[in-house]
Design a protein around this ligand. Structure first.
Ligand code: ADP
Ligand code: MG
Length: 259
């Protein structure tokens, strides 16, 4: 018995080769091949492709399709507010922004380095846009990403520690991702319990995972935001040890059409 006959033996009898290949492709976890088989074979015949070129094309397409599926799944899991990229960002609108510094971040070297990015500036200057652009690029590169506003994170953590025990609180959704984006630090000051939980996340991620943080407040104001100078200093100490700080001090893009 040939290997083909042996393999065919595990398939229902009477299948055509196309049906058999499709069924095998699905069982092997190659859904793209199962869907595109006839288109590919027609193309190969039309182009008089050799066997090696045909197999090469089929496998390359399967890999590309798998990469795209992973990217879509990563984007969904990241729960980004939108999917704008840095290609959509108009740097000419923010002449004081250090474009080179932002471009360097797009290499994503800060993620395996477990380093941080702080995007600072008033409302509307593009902090969230740049954070999301980096997050989309990270998803594309195969990293796990999670996006949250700091208020949502504080609320979730507080709900998780409702039995009163900070130690029992499950921080793992904020510790697991390769990249955590914490948006909008500074719009609301925190009560002590919330500030302490945020400190827990940042200190547990310190040198273990990359974090992007956006804030409308300069670091000197963080004592007020966290309601405690010592805690703010401890947070900043960890955040800034390995950190690219991007200051965006320019006009709000939201108001660009208002003269
Ligand atoms: P911030 O987080 O600083 O308040 P956002 O990133 O939410 O600001 O930006 C506000 C809106 O303006 C978003 O829709 C964003 O995509 C857009 N935007 C901001 N700056 C730019 C820019 N330089 N080029 C293109 N779009 C921009
Ligand atoms: Mg924002």
């Amino acid at each position: 018995m040939t290997v083909f006959e042996a393999a065919a033996g595990s398939m229902p009898a009477g299948m055509t080769p196309v049906a058999r290949i499709r069924s095998a492709a699905v069982r092997l976890g190659l859904p793209h091949l199962a869907e595109t088989l006839e288109r590919h074979t027609a193309y190969a015949s039309a182009e008089a492709m050799g066997h090696l070129d045909f197999l090469d094309m089929v496998l390359a397409e399967e890999l590309a399709a798998r990469g795209e599926r992973r990217f879509r799944t990563a984007l969904r899991r990241a729960r980004l507010p939108h999917h704008k990229t840095l290609d959509d960002f108009d740097f000419t609108y923010q002449p004081d922004l250090d474009e080179q510094r932002v471009r360097e971040l797009t290499t994503l070297a800060f993620i395996p380095a477990k380093a941080n990015v702080a995007l600072l500036g008033p409302p509307g200057v593009g902090k969230t846009h740049i954070a999301v652009g980096l997050a989309v690029a990270a998803c594309r590169a195969g990293y796990t990403v999670s996006f949250t506003t700091v208020d949502d994170m504080a609320r979730q953590l507080k709900a998780g520690s409702a039995n009163g025990s900070r130690l029992a609180c499950d921080l793992s959704p904020y510790l697991r991702p390769d990249l955590l984006v914490i948006d909008e630090v500074g719009y609301q000051p925190f009560a002590h319990a919330e500030a302490a939980l945020i400190f827990d996340v940042l200190s547990r991620r310190y040198e273990k995972g990359a974090t992007i943080l956006t804030s409308n407040r300069g670091f000197h104001d963080w004592g007020h935001v966290f309601g405690d100078e010592a805690l703010a200093t401890a947070i900043l100490d960890r955040l800034l040890h390995h950190c690219t700080v991007v200051d965006i001090n320019g006009p709000s893009y939201r108001r660009r059409s208002i003269t």
